[in-house]
Design a protein around this ligand. Sequence first.
Ligand code: SF4
Length: 219
Amino acid sequence: MAAIPMAYASVAALQHDHRACRRCVVAGYLDLAHPVFSGRAGQRILLVGQAPGPYEVDANRPFAARAGRQLMRWMERAGFSGDEDVRQRMYMTAMTTCFPGRRPGGQGDRRPSAREVALCSSWLDAVLELLRPRLILPVGSLALERFLPHRRLDQVVGEAYTQTGEVIVATPSAAPVLLPLPHPSGQSRWLNDRTQSALLDRALLRLHELVRWAESSEN
Ligand code: SF4
């Protein structure tokens, strides 16, 4: 079943339909669909993760568990005052917005397949179209592939990018700006490497500047 391109007049209408989506159940990927995202009209920052986990489904909010607490600590380093401040100012969604289940026989959550990402992509496309965010934060490698294809996290974290993948060295002249982040999941070993941890420090400094730019811009 192909994802259907959709245009919405309001965020409320989009969220209503998104909450009712059952495409992955119909296609046989999930037993149960429960789309998890949060946000409202007027937010200038869009955060895109991989997929919610079981705690996010229970809480019905993205990044509600351990990875979320780590993410919120990063956001505080970037100038946000805390969890609620982040949620008030950021639309939060994911490459697939239902819990994909646990990895077969292993720890952690299953990485959604390319087909599931394709099925869910029109919801992300509709958010991008309607919100026109000035700052987009792809979190983790799956979201990175959507916004800066064929690049690795260690090649891109620490810098901001135009939509076409050029590094932005000063104040951006156009939106949207892409600022990739690693995934804050405890399953990720990415930050065990000191060089990569320094890249995150650099990204959070850049985020501090870009949040002000995104929220103060008129267009
Ligand atoms: S993951 Fe996305 S496409 Fe699949 S059922 Fe959930 S909302 Fe729909």
